[in-house]
Ligand binder design. Sequence first.
Ligand SMILES: Cc1cc2nc3c(=O)[nH]c(=O)nc-3n(C[C@H](O)[C@H](O)[C@H](O)COP(=O)(O)OP(=O)(O)OC[C@H]3O[C@@H](n4cnc5c(N)ncnc54)[C@H](O)[C@@H]3O)c2cc1C
Ligand code: SF4
Length: 498
Amino acid sequence: MTIGIWILGDQLWADQAALASAANAPVIFIESHSHSTQRPYHRQKLVLVWSAMRHFAEELKAQGRAVTYQMATDFAPPLRQWIEQENITELRVMEPADRPFSRLLKTLQLPCPLTLVPNNHFLWSADEFKQWADGRNSLLMESFYREGRKRYGILIEGSPKKPKPVGGQWNYDKENRKPPKKGINPPAPQWFKPDAITQQVMASVAAVDTFGDLDSFGWAVTRTQALAVLDYFIHVRLATFGPYQDAMVTGEDTLWHALLSPYLNIGLLHPLEVIQAAERAYHEDDVPLNSVEGFIRQVLGWREYMRGLYTYVDEDYPSGNYFDHHQPLPEFFWTGDTPMNCLHQSIDQAKRTGYNHHIQRLMILSNFALIAGLSPQAVESWFHAAFIDAYDWVMQTNVIGMGLFADGGVLATKPYAASANYINRMSDYCKGCQYNPKVRTGDDACPFNYFYWDFLARHRNKLQHQGRMNFILKNLDKMSQEEYKAVRDNATQWRQRN
Ligand SMILES: Cc1cc2nc3c(=O)[nH]c(=O)nc-3n(C[C@H](O)[C@H](O)[C@H](O)COP(=O)(O)OP(=O)(O)OC[C@H]3O[C@@H](n4cnc5c(N)ncnc54)[C@H](O)[C@@H]3O)c2cc1C
Ligand code: SF4
């Protein structure tokens, strides 16, 4: 019996389950260029994945593995050829993280059986998440996160029977919402000069007709480089990550954020090593608990929760449209060419780097899409094309669920909808904008304001069932008929123009 292993582009880790299951088995990588044109991807994401695949293939070769690296238009023909050439009798693949790819695997007609090895690139398996979720009235992230802290013994003290959170609190989020101060000085992010392999990939990606700049590519493409980014984050950025986690500053694309999602999502880093590195920084280097806990909550809490939920919800989750929104995506999402400075800054940054931090994604981009009534599916497709770390498993729950509430509240307890007030408090974007963040109607008015109130009014019936919206709806009720008409006219005119 000869086992062969097919390594997918987001499984680039020496201990991944399929590789670990057969120590000396030959492996194959396939760069499928037609797969990458089925929907648009950011140019830098194509470079990241293909360059990291080529580097990982070289590393495995250096360790003595028999490696075949194929560039092909499709997956099936090179697989069939390799299976026959190498006399492979069982093809092993680690379970794909994305459902569309799992479906694709079922359509391959191969000359030998294909075995799916359980994915060990997340902490929680789909079955474990199901056991946690089944029978619960609500799937609150906070309950899941606390369970994860106990399960993995992270920032936990006390006896195993009575585990307690280190510091006495489970969550330090209240200390992590500082607006940006004048003169803050975040450390420059760590970028890497493209080596010969990356340059070769960049040359081939230059011809792909898709979104995003190519020349500024500086992402890590090997595990060694990704570990260097992790180390730099832990020792230089983590201490200040917490307080300014939600801040947005012109010209500071990354502030104190980790920049780790691209590497976690393709297997260059494992979530447990990232979590444990942060925990060590608390115990050994006195890094403040609000920053350490805040970061660990992102990886052990949000990341695992989003993936668990993705495996738990029905296959039709991506088609959700709770608010029945159908406005097409405005052209400026592809160009960044809009007088709304917050959107201009965020989209321009996505074009240059493939990266926005969480609050830009949530409170600028998807908030605008939600209150302006853009089609959730068009918005999800855009997010998929715009980001270096975009994958189906992380995109569906974040965009359809968290960002747009298109799942009707499976994930979030209320929609993340906000007016210019929030953006003005948490960023410096409004200072450089032609609109006035304090004005609701008229030519000067910030579109986030009239869309926000229009959104609340249009969906009042649905929103009043979300308990946490009652206070806000009371403010809506105080609005005069005259002002509401002006709000609606502004919103309608904008939609007609775009
Ligand atoms: C609308 C929307 C779309 C998003 N799209 C993606 C995406 O395509 N890919 C992606 O990896 N993340 C996505 N996120 C989550 C989050 O914004 C990014 O993981 C984060 O901005 C990545 O940057 P960082 O590594 O500097 O993160 P940090 O802010 O430093 O956070 C640390 C880590 O926590 C994890 N994390 C935090 N929140 C989430 C979350 N909600 N879901 C999954 N992981 C999380 C990431 O691995 C991240 O690296 C999205 C969030 C929203 C609201
Ligand atoms: S005024 Fe409105 S559109 Fe302009 S930056 Fe502020 S929130 Fe964005």
